[in-house]
Design a protein around this ligand. Structure first.
Ligand code: DGJ
Length: 719
C-alpha cells in the first residue's frame, strides 16, 4: 500500500519508489512531519514529543515542533505555511486535524497546473482536513505519492467556513522540517541570457531565501530548491528537492531553528500578497513537487524529468517527436517582408527543417519593439497575402508554419491601448512604468482574458498555424489591478496567474494539434506551471554554444530535454560575439528540441551540406534525446570539459555527448565513465569500435577532444 495508516502511532506513511514521507497527528491533533527519506517498512517510526519539547526551556512547543503546517500567531516564528488575518485585524490561527481519508489516484487542482495520473494505480492521495475553530478556517492538505518514483506532491485548499471575512496573508505549498543542518543547498540562479546556473552553498544559521517578486518566475531564480548531504555529488548521496508548479512570484527558503534544524519551504511569495475569503469562499495553493534521491543529483533529476515529461506536460505533443524548426528572429529580426521570409524558408526546407517560425514583427505596424503589441492582425505591407497567404506558401514548401505572439502585453502605441487605456496594470495616480516600450495587460480582469482568447483564437483559426511561440518580455510594475477594491489589491498578481492559466487552458484545448512553446525573454518563465500548458520552452536568448553548456546543464537539474528549445545560430554569436564551429553548435543543440536561428542562405555551401547532415542526425536521434534517461557526467561548472549522455529505456542504446571549452596545455586526455548501462553486454560505436559495458562503466572512455570548442558525439549500441 503506498499510504499506510497506523492508528495507534497516529501516523500516515506515504511510500513510493525508494522514498517514504511520514505524517503524524499528535495527541493535541496537530499535524506534524516525522520523516522524508529512504523508504521505510510499515511502522518503523516512533514519535516522542519530549524529543523536542524538553530541550526547549524558553521556547514554546509550537516553535520547535516539526509542524507540517506552521501557522501564524500561536508560537511559530518563521514564515507561516498558512497566515490569516481575521475581520478584527488579528493574525492568529491554530489548526487541528479533524479527519483524513485516503483515495486512489490524484484529484485535479481546479484552475491550476499540476502533475496528474492517467490511471489510479499510479498514485494514492491523502486528504487531511484541519480546522481553526475560532475563525472557521478549514484546510484540506492534499498529499499524493507516486508509487513508481516516490515523488510526493502537496497543495492546500483553504475555505472560510466562518461568518466573517478572512484574509490569507501567507500560503506555502511545502514546508518540511529536516532535523539536521549538516547539509548544502542547491539552487538555480541567473539573469537574462545567463539562466539557471547551479549554485551550491552550505546551510548556515538563519534564513536563506530565493524569491521572485517580478510577476513571473523569472530569470533570476527558478522556483526550486534542494537540500543535499555534504558529500552528495551527481551520482551518490541524499538529495531532497522541492519544485513549485507555478509561474508567478514565489519564495523558496531554508531556515534553521534554535536547534539548528533546517526547514525547507516553497510557495507563493507572501510579500505583496493577500487574498480575502468571504464566508464560503475557497483558495487553493499551487502544488509543490517533492523528490528525494539517494542517487545524487542525477537521481533526483531523472525522477523530475520523467514526471514532468510524462505527467505534467499534456496533449498530443507530449509524446510526439518535435519538429526541427527554423525561427526567423536571429535571421531577420524585424527586417523582413514575405519575399525574404520565403527565401529563408526555402533554404530551411532544403536543409531538412520541418517547421518555419515567424517571430516578432508580423503584426500591426511593428518594425521595431516600440509599438503594436495587442494588435494581432498581420501587417499587409510586409505580408501582402496576410498570414493565411504566407502560411499557404510555407506549407507548399513542405514546411509547417509557426507564429510568435506576446499576448499578455500592450504597446502604448497600439489600437488596443487607444481603445482600452485602462486594461493594463497601472495605478491611476501614477505614471505607467514602461519596459521595452510596453505595458502588461491586467489578466486578472475577465474582459481582458476574453479579449486575448478571442484575438489569438481568431488568428489561429484562420491562418493555418501549426506552432505558437508564446512570449512575455517584461517584469511587472504597478501590479495592482485598477478594478479591485483596496482590500483585494494584493490579490492582483495571483489573479493574473489564474487568468493566464485560464487563457492557456482555453486556447490549448481549442487547438489541440498546435504545438505551443513558451518563452519569456528566453528562459524567464521556464517553470513547471508553463510546462503543464506547453510541452516546451525557449531555454534562453543566449544561443552561444559555449554558454548553452551551462544553461542546458543547469536547466537539466529539474527539466527534461523534451522541454528545452535549443537552436543553432549564426557566428559571431549575437549575444557573446564568439565564433565556434557549426559542428559544436549542432552538437550542443541536439540535446534539446533542435532548431535554427539563422538565415541558411548565408551559409557557405559546405556548411549548408553540414547543416543538412546535422538535421539528418537530429531526426535519427530525437526520440532517444526526448525520452532517454539523461545523465550529467562532467560539469561545465567544474572544468573545461562537459559531458552528458542519453540512455534508452532498455539500456541498450547510449548517446554520449562531450564538449571542450578552452583547451588546457600539458593535460591528460579526459576520460568519462558512462552510467546507467548494462555491464554484461558489449556496446559498439558507429565506427565499429567495441567496448564492454563494464569497461564503459568502470574504466570509462577517453574523449577525443582537441583544441578549443571541440565536441564529440558518439552513439553506442549493445550488440
Ligand atoms: C524574446 C524572445 O526570447 C526572442 O526569442 C524573441 O522572440 C524576441 N522576444 C522577440 O521580441
Amino acid at each position: 500500500m503506498p499510504i499506510e495508516t497506523n492508528h495507534s502511532a497516529r501516523t500516515w506513511t506515504l511510500s513510493g519508489g525508494s522514498t517514504s514521507y511520514v505524517l503524524h497527528q499528535d495527541e493535541q491533533d496537530r499535524l506534524l512531519h516525522l520523516y522524508w527519506g529512504p523508504r521505510l517498512g510499515g511502522n518503523d517510526l516512533t514519535y516522542d514529543p519530549s524529543d523536542y519539547i524538553s530541550f526547549a526551556s524558553f521556547d514554546l512547543p509550537v516553535s520547535v515542533l516539526p509542524s507540517e503546517l506552521p501557522v501564524c500567531g500561536t508560537g511559530w516564528f518563521g514564515t507561516p505555511a498558512v497566515g490569516i488575518r481575521d475581520a478584527g485585524g488579528n493574525e492568529v490561527a491554530d489548526l487541528r486535524v479533524v479527519s483524513a481519508e485516503i483515495h486512489p489516484g490524484k484529484p485535479v487542482l481546479p484552475g491550476l497546473p499540476a502533475v496528474y495520473t492517467e490511471k489510479d494505480e499510479e498514485a494514492d492521495s491523502l486528504s487531511v482536513h484541519l480546522e481553526d475553530v475560532v475563525s472557521g478556517l478549514q484546510i484540506t492538505a492534499l498529499f499524493t505519492v507516486f508509487s513508481g518514483s516516490g515523488a510526493v506532491t502537496r497543495s492546500l485548499t483553504l475555505k472560510n467556513a466562518g461568518r466573517e471575512p478572512l484574509t490569507v496573508t501567507s500560503l506555502l505549498s511545502a514546508s518540511v522540517p529536516m532535523w539536521r543542518s549538516d547539509l548544502d543547498l542547491l539552487h538555480l540562479n541567473g539573469a537574462w541570457a545567463r539562466e539557471r546556473r547551479m549554485i551550491r552553498t552550505p546551510v548556515n544559521k538563519g534564513e536563506f531565501r530565493i524569491a521572485s517578486a517580478r510577476g513571473a518566475s523569472g530569470h533570476e531564480e527558478n522556483p526550486f530548491l534542494a537540500l543535499c548531504e555534504r558529500n552528495t555529488d551527481e551520482f551518490s548521496g541524499q538529495v531532497w528537492g522541492v519544485s513549485l508548479v507555478y509561474s508567478g512570484r514565489f519564495l523558496a527558503s531554508c531556515r534553521t531553528d534554535i536547534f539548528g534544524h533546517a526547514r525547507l519551504s516553497i510557495g507563493m511569495n507572501p510579500d505583496v500578497f493577500s487574498w480575502r475569503l468571504e464566508p464560503g469562499e475557497s483558495l487553493t495553493s499551487p502544488e509543490a513537487v517533492m523528490v528525494f534521491s539517494e542517487a545524487g543529483f542525477n537521481g533526483m533529476s531523472q525522477t523530475y524529468h520523467r514526471l514532468y515529461r510524462e505527467r505534467l506536460a499534456r496533449g498530443v505533443w507530449r509524446d510526439r517527436p518535435r519538429p526541427v524548426l527554423l525561427n526567423s528572429w536571429e535571421s531577420a529580426y524585424f527586417d523582413f517582408d514575405e519575399k525574404r521570409l520565403l527565401s529563408i524558408a526555402e533554404k530551411a526546407a532544403e536543409i531538412g527543417a520541418e517547421l518555419f517560425v515567424l517571430d516578432d514583427g508580423w503584426f500591426g505596424k511593428r518594425n521595431s519593439d516600440n509599438c503594436s503589441l495587442g494588435d494581432w492582425t498581420a501587417n499587409t505591407e510586409k505580408l501582402p497575402g496576410g498570414l493565411a497567404g504566407l502560411s499557404g506558401k510555407i506549407h507548399e514548401l513542405g514546411l509547417q508554419f509557426g507564429l510568435w505572439f506576446e499576448p499578455e502585453m500592450v504597446s502604448p502605441d497600439s489600437s488596443l491601448y487607444r481603445s482600452h487605456p485602462d486594461w493594463c496594470l497601472h495605478v491611476a495616480s501614477r505614471p505607467r512604468t514602461e519596459a521595452r516600450q510596453q505595458l502588461i495587460l491586467d489578466l486578472s480582469r475577465p474582459e481582458v482574458q476574453e479579449y486575448i482568447i478571442s484575438a489569438i483564437s481568431a488568428v489561429l483559426a484562420s491562418s493555418g498555424i501549426d506552432y505558437v511561440k508564446w512570449d512575455m518580455n517584461r517584469n511587472m510594475t504597478e501590479a495592482f489591478s485598477d478594478v479591485l477594491p483596496p482590500e483585494r489589491k494584493k490579490e492582483t498578481q495571483h489573479r493574473y496567474m489564474l487568468g493566464l492559466y485560464r487563457i492557456l487552458e482555453t486556447i490549448t484545448s481549442a487547438f489541440p494539434e498546435i504545438l505551443f512553446e513558451s518563452c519569456s525573454g528566453g528562459g524567464g518563465r521556464f517553470d513547471p506551471g508553463m510546462l503543464y500548458y506547453m510541452p516546451q520552452t525557449w531555454t534562453s536568448d543566449d544561443t552561444d554554444a559555449v554558454e548553452r553548456l551551462k544553461i542546458q546543464y543547469g536547466t537539466s537539474i529539474l527539466y527534461p530535454s523534451s522541454a528545452m528549445g535549443a537552436h543553432v545560430s549564426a557566428v559571431p554569436n549575437h549575444q557573446t560575439g564568439r565564433t565556434v564551429s557549426l559542428k559544436m553548435r549542432g552538437n550542443v543543440a541536439l540535446g534539446g528540441n533542435f532548431g535554427f536561428e539563422l538565415d541558411p542562405g548565408k551559409l557557405p555551401q559546405e556548411e549548408l551540406e553540414e547543416a543538412k547532415a546535422i538535421v539528418c542526425r537530429v531526426k535519427q536521434l530525437r526520440n532517444l534525446t526526448r525520452e532517454g534517461t539523461f545523465w550529467r557526467l562532467l560539469s561545465p561548472f567544474d572544468g573545461p570539459v562537459t559531458a552528458w549522455a542519453f540512455v534508452s529505456e532498455d539500456l541498450r542504446t547510449v548517446l554520449l555527448c562531450a564538449y571542450s571549452v578552452l583547451s588546457v596545455p600539458n593535460s591528460a586526455p579526459v576520460r568519462v565513465r558512462l552510467r546507467g548501462i548494462l555491464p554484461d553486454v558489449g556496446y559498439r560505436t558507429e565506427d565499429g569500435l567495441r567496448f564492454s559495458g563494464a569497461a564503459l562503466l568502470y574504466q570509462g572512455i577517453t574523449l577525443p577532444l582537441r583544441g578549443d570548442f571541440d565536441s564529440f558525439v558518439c552513439l553506442l549500441k549493445a550488440d
